[in-house]
Design a protein around this ligand. Structure first.
Ligand code: NAP
Length: 316
């Protein structure tokens, strides 16, 4: 099959899983990954130039301006503005520039703060997201509106995927920015290096989440390129429920840490349950089924092998 695919955000966490998968399936010469150094896609002129120069048949638009909760609290306007532009310029340039298919990703944080687990796609518009990251998550959510609007006005085929809590190789392990899985991996790994007798965790360990291995998410994208033509978004997650306490035990095992885990129950638990409904995904005959233990082991191996780069704030 001859196909010309451009991936924006190819230097990011998901992009680094995706590009090798697409290259293997469609041929290396037919896949081109981009970073912000190639085109600043917040700029409508550069977005149009990207489409005009590369003339992709398929565009997988992963480029986003993302960060941890601290950064979201401090710079909500930047998160709002940059992600609004990254969504708007690329939909406009792609729909008017002859692209046949656009795959867009957004995150589970765009769901309302009060969504009921398991969170299905119908809950997307039933409330305001967590206020501290609403600039980011509301801007990303406009991808659904863009997908429907350009479909209606231009007959443009775009799809919106909602990965859940992704983890895996190439994740962000920087202390101030990381999500729960990379943060825990780093803590246990460093506790092992320093021979610490104890790692203290916040809360009771009882809240439950579902986690999805990033390579599983990437591996499903060809299906959405080839077979899905609807602006109804699709949750992409494992659908399995893991208590934080079990996650901690699994990461402890994967890092080889021998000390104790202590739960400081005076500290808040956060939301007790946040899991994604994957009925729509399963209805398409798709699943993300790498067991958590196997995905964690690969992630820890990668982290250990790339420790300096993974923790110093530089992309490796
Ligand atoms: N990470 C998660 O857990 C998660 C969960 C659900 C959904 N998502 C979604 O999945 C997608 C990929 O996320 P990710 O975690 O892989 O992101 P990431 O690691 O933060 O990477 C962001 C990518 O976007 C590029 N980029 C940033 N600003 C740009 C600009 N102005 N012009 C062009 N490119 C720009 C970056 O290029 P440089 O390398 O040049 O900076 C980088 O390649 C995003 O849409 C995100 O919202 C992520």
């Amino acid at each position: 099959m001859s196909i010309e695919i451009v991936v924006t955000g190819a230097t990011g966490f998901l992009g680094r899983h995706l590009v090798p998968i697409l290259s293997q399936r469609y041929g290396e010469d037919n896949v081109r990954g981009l970073s912000s150094r190639d085109y600043d896609l917040m700029d409508p002129t550069q977005a149009r130039r990207m489409i005009a120069e590369l003339r992709p048949r398929v565009l997988v638009h992963l480029a986003a301006y993302s960060g941890g909760i601290g950064a979201n609290r401090k710079f909500p306007a930047d998160f709002y503005y940059r992600n609004t532009m990254l969504t708007a310029t690329v939909f406009e340039a792609a729909a008017r520039g002859g692209v046949s298919k656009l795959v867009y990703t957004m995150g589970g944080c765009s769901y309302p703060a009060k969504a009921t687990s398991p969170i299905d796609e119908s809950q997307m518009w039933s409330g305001y997201p967590q206020p501290e990251s609403a600039g980011y998550s509301s801007a990303k959510k406009m991808g659904i509106v863009a997908s429907e609007s350009y479909r209606t006005q231009h007959g443009f085929n775009s799809v919106v995927l909602i990965p859940g809590n992704m983890y895996g190789e190439y994740d962000n392990f920087r202390e101030s920015e990381s999500h729960v899985v990379p943060a825990m991996i780093r803590r246990y790994y460093e506790a092992r290096l320093k021979n610490l007798p104890e790692v203290v965790m916040w809360g009771t360990g009882e809240p439950v989440r579902d986690f999805v291995y990033a390579r599983d998410v990437a591996a499903l994208i060809p299906h959405f390129i080839e077979h899905y033509d609807s602006s109804e978004p699709v949750n992409i997650s494992s659908g399995t429920t893991t208590p934080i306490r079990e996650l901690a035990e699994q990461i402890k095992a994967a890092t080889g840490y021998q000390g104790r885990i202590t739960w400081d129950t005076s500290k808040p638990n956060g939301q007790m349950i946040k899991i994604f409904d994957v009925k729509r995904l399963k209805g398409l005959g798709l699943a993300c089924d790498t067991p958590l233990s196997a995905g964690l082991r690969k992630t820890v191996d990668w982290f250990a092998g790339n420790y300096d780069g993974a923790t110093d704030g530089l992309r490796i």
